[in-house]
Design a protein around this ligand. Structure first.
Ligand code: ZN
Length: 278
């Protein structure tokens, strides 16, 4: 009895975690439980049973993520962004796609690709890295930890950088996930994260404490390309708002009224741009 209850609790936690992280992972996990009877027959060793069960989940999850979900999401009004570099737009990390966090409404895909192409024309060699977008299904389903990425109309993009040693342009970013390695305010610039932290918004700078900062000195913020990227999006009729940290809006002389401060309830935006459609 106790074992059965424990098993139920563990399975519920796994289901919840997978759903929060990937949206479809929880459902795939439940389906994979149906395969246990079949996989358990293949061996008598306990460790091998667990291995086969895990392999079954991984296989089902990959089939769902890369074959089924892109097809099923389309009737629900969401399309995936490119998995690899296409039209000069690519995920900074494949993890974003593996977790199904790269879905947008078709209008956002069009704006993102056209802007990435334009960036490449103006700055040859430039590839634009996208970060978290939205999940494939259900309006209102939260993409934790983001507050608003729940309707297909939101997309985060990494800033551009230069190699510190050579001053040459690079398409790399200093954070492995694009978030958490920030372009800090200079001494004479407004320090928004200081103000937010002093108001008790502990989450505002949270990622900077857990993301490795090792590449921070190797890559320099590319103000020129990042300014152009923000301006190209701001010029688009379909774009409603762009979030960037206030000290960067001032430093880059960004004039558009669409480019705004997101508020202390969110997180720092001096590591990425947040684009949102009307
Ligand atoms: Zn965002």
């Amino acid at each position: 009895m106790v074992v059965a209850i424990l098993k139920y609790i563990i399975r519920s936690i796994v289901f919840l975690l997978l759903t929060i992280l990937t949206q479809i992972g929880g459902v795939v996990y439940l389906l994979s439980l149906l395969t246990h009877r079949l996989t358990d027959k293949q061996t008598t060793k306990t460790w091998q049973k667990h291995l086969y069960r895990t392999a079954s989940f991984v296989a089902l999850y990959n089939i769902a993520t890369f074959l089924l979900v892109p097809l099923l999401a389309r009737p629900f009004g969401r399309v995936p962004l490119p998995l690899t570099q296409k039209d000069h737009l690519r995920p900074l990390t494949l993890l974003t796609c593996l977790l199904n966090r790269h879905y947008v409404v078709p209008a956002m895909k069009k704006v993102a690709i056209e802007t990435a192409r334009e960036m490449n024309q103006r700055y040859p060699g430039t590839e634009t890295n996208y970060l978290d977008a939205n999940f494939p299904f259900l309006k209102g389903f939260p993409l934790i930890p983001h507050l608003s990425h729940n309707d297909g109309k939101k997309l985060d993009l990494a800033f551009y950088y230069l190699e510190a040693a050579t001053d040459r342009v690079t398409n790399e970013a200093p954070s492995p996930i694009g978030y958490g390695v920030c372009e800090e305010p200079l001494p004479d610039e407004v320090c928004t994260y200081c103000a937010c932290s002093s108001k008790g918004n502990w989450q505002y700078s949270f990622l900077t404490h857990i993301i490795p900062q090792g590449k921070k000195d190797k890559l320099l913020f590319d103000a020129s390309r990042t300014k152009t990227l923000a301006e190209l999006f701001a010029q688009r009729e379909e774009v409603e708002k762009i979030f960037i940290e206030p000290h960067l809006k001032t430093r880059l002389h960004l004039q558009s009224g669409k480019i705004r401060f997101h508020g202390c309830q969110a997180v720092r935006h001096d590591d990425h741009l947040h684009i949102q459609l009307k």
